[in-house]
Design a protein around this ligand. Structure first.
Ligand code: PEP
Ligand code: MN
Length: 374
């Protein structure tokens, strides 16, 4: 499904022309010196397109540093005057929007906690009416694509067409490798529904760990995302917020140099011919996979009828475990990841069971149909 958002191409409102697009700056503006000195070092790399800094910080727990507040806008103004870097801040209320715009902030972003709340997003959207400031919308903290899209729609409905999404990962329970699980599928799904929407990756908040930022940033560019937002602090070891994930401007510069930028499309006809040949093969295999799955479903239905006639339950755990073991072993021998094979089989098996359920409970099929299409 394609969504109808009215979006201006990124190149019309971010005109630095620098590749890759990097928005960088401290998690929080702490002092005037910290912000301005960081901005100078970032500008000196020649690789930064815009300066970010949080001045109103949405902290999950009370009692932590909640941002320096409006005074930070003056510091941002000075940083911009001295370095020429456009500035970006997070806004979470109508008052933030008004103050940021009055102070000449160039880009606003909606934070992950705000995106999760349609009341907040609507308040921000209403405050944006009549302006044409660029706005970036972070994904919500929870993995809910509709909330992300809903926030983008609300901002777009307010007349903001210089719009981008920021992919900063999703919170999950328990110990995980990343601070916020990237769940790339959700960002890819957003891209599929709104292909013209630029997506900026935020590897700092995904990883929560400066050592992994380059890895995630590379992955984002390999998935054709349009840029990155990376937290950078003049001295991360003393940062008041997100110390573990901030990098010095010098480290950021190295990180950018180590990225490999690939193109979504190339002009060379030899490359395109080879790609077309390989894609042709893939398409044929996809057709075969679907044919075979359809055949398997027909057989599953025959089994369903047979079970019905002989009064046998649909699910026989032993049989399922046997299939799972046999097939994942076979997959392993063919160099398929066991977890992948298991997921694939489970999907097919669940559909077989659903179909057999309909056969066993004839008359109930209308209920099932309604449920699956609800
Ligand atoms: C931030 O960018 O500093 C921030 C608070 O991020 P998020 O909204 O993604 O948690
Ligand atoms: Mn942060």
């Amino acid at each position: 499904m394609k969504l109808n958002l009215n979006i201006q191409p990124l190149s019309t409102w971010i005109t630095s022309g620098k590749e890759p697009l990097v928005i960088a700056g401290p998690c929080s503006a702490e002092t005037e010196d910290q912000l301005v000195a960081t901005a100078h070092l970032l500008a000196k790399t020649g690789k930064i397109t815009a300066l970010r800094a949080g001045i109103w910080k949405p902290r999950t727990r009370p009692g932590e540093f909640e941002g320096i507040g409006s005074i930070g806008l003056e510091w941002l103004k000075r940083a911009k005057e001295e370095t020429g870097l456009p500035t970006a801040v997070e806004v979470a209320t109508a008052k933030h929007v008004e103050e940021a715009l009055a102070a000449g902030v160039d880009i606003l972003w909606v934070g992950a906690r705000s995106t999760a709340n349609p009341f907040t997003v609507q308040e921000i959207a209403d405050a944006l009416k009549g302006t044409d400031v660029p706005v970036m919308v972070k994904n919500p903290v929870n993995p809910d694509l509709s909330l992300w899209i809903g926030a983008l729609e609300r901002i777009n409905n307010a007349g903001i067409t210089k719009l981008a999404a920021i992919h900063r990962g999703f919170s999950s329970y328990g110990n995980t490798t990343f601070r916020n699980d990237p769940m790339w599928d959700l960002a890819i799904s957003l891209k599929t529904q709104v292909p013209e929407l630029p997506i900026i990756n935020d590897p700092s908040h995904i990883t929560g760990n400066r050592d992994l930022i380059g890895y995630i940033a590379q992955k984002a560019f390999d998935l054709d995302m349009q840029g990155v937002m990376i937290e950078s602090h003049i001295d991360p070891s003393v940062a008041w917020t997100d110390a573990k994930q901030q990098v010095t401007p010098a480290a950021l510069s190295d990180l950018i140099d180590n990225l490999t930028l690939r193109k979504a499309e190339v002009k060379s006809s030899a490359v395109n011919d080879k790609l077309a040949e390989l894609r042709g093969k893939i398409d044929k295999i996809d057709d075969l996979i679907i044919q075979k799955v359809a055949e398997r479903m027909t057989i599953a239905e025959q089994i369903g009828k047979y079970k019905k006639d002989n009064n046998i339950t649909i699910l026989q755990v032993n049989r399922w475990e046997e299939i799972l073991k046999k097939t994942t072993d076979y997959g392993k021998a063919l160099k398929l990841d066991a977890e992948f094979t298991e997921k694939l089989l489970e999907l097919v098996h669940t559909e077989s069971i659903r179909r057999q359920g309909i056969i066993l409970n004839e008359g109930q099929d209308k209920v099932e149909e309604k449920l699956t299409h609800a």
